[in-house]
Design a protein around this ligand. Structure first.
Ligand SMILES: [Zn+2]
Length: 258
């Protein structure tokens, strides 16, 4: 009888503990799961900035924190190992940089750039990389095929937009942000026709991110030839984004064949 009593009290105790959450151990999120959470925060922040839901000061502080966390998590994942140095891939598959980089690289204007303030405009800290698409159908005119957007370097996809539709005010259209932990910087690819990666996904240089397109408020207009807008922002010691001109890297990048 005693053993039955003991068993009953043990059962009662475990029920109480379960109710109080003592023996329900939450598994600790893995670095990859944490990364997905930080990417969601990064994405939310970009939306809040462009919808003016957050002041430029608060946005910049939130950016510092989320990028610090992302950098820390990427270090835990050791994602930079073996991928440092050269090995950049030209983001437009099958195109030579000298025929594809807009204005031979003279379209780059970093002055007055502010990622956190939608009222500051007029800068273009980016290169527009063009494809042959005279009839503006998002296909290469000679091959009649979509043109792949390839990741310039390795990293993690931070955020994407896949919702853009004609009539939308969103200037970047279907965009993709990638953080490269080796360079400690962010790449932004805008105006894509298609996005083939998900936030939190690790990518290698040369991996397909999407397909070049004409999405975005101005990129969709007839006056705009089909291109990808590519920006590089290096993080400084305070985790704030500083535009840096990747022209030489682009000119020397490896070209991937069709
Ligand atoms: Zn551009």
């Amino acid at each position: 009888m005693i053993w039955k009593k003991t068993l009953n009290s043990l059962l009662a105790l475990s029920v109480i503990m379960a109710l109080m959450g003592w023996n329900v151990k939450e598994p600790k999120p893995t670095p990859s799961e944490q990364l997905v959470g930080f990417c969601q925060q990064f994405d939310r922040l970009q939306v809040d900035i462009r919808e003016c839901n957050i002041s430029p000061d608060s946005a910049s502080r939130a950016f510092q924190i989320v990028m610090m966390n992302i950098r820390q998590t990427m270090t835990e994942l050791d994602s930079c190992r073996g991928s440092g140095g050269a090995g950049f891939v030209y983001p437009v598959r099958g195109y030579l940089p000298k025929y594809s980089i807009g204005g031979r690289g003279r379209g780059y204007r970093a002055k007055n750039f502010n990622l956190f303030d939608m009222d500051v405009q007029g800068s273009h800290p980016a290169h527009d990389l063009f494809i042959r698409d005279g009839n503006q159908d998002n296909l290469d005119d000679r091959l009649c095929q979509p043109v792949d957007l390839l990741s310039f370097s390795g990293g993690v996809v931070l955020a994407t937009d896949t919702t853009w539709q004609p009539g939308s005010e969103l200037r970047g259209g279907k965009y993709i942000w990638v953080y490269d932990p080796c360079l400690n910087g962010l790449f932004y690819y805008a105006h894509n026709n298609q996005v083939n990666v998900l936030p939190g996904q690790l990518v290698k240089a040369g991996q397909k991110l999407g397909e070049i397109g004409r999405t975005g408020l101005n990129a969709y207009k007839e006056r705009s030839p089909t291109h990808v807008h590519m920006m590089f922002l290096r993080l400084d010691s305070a985790y704030l984004p500083q535009p840096e001109n990747p022209l030489t890297w682009l000119q020397e990048a490896k070209v991937m064949k069709w």
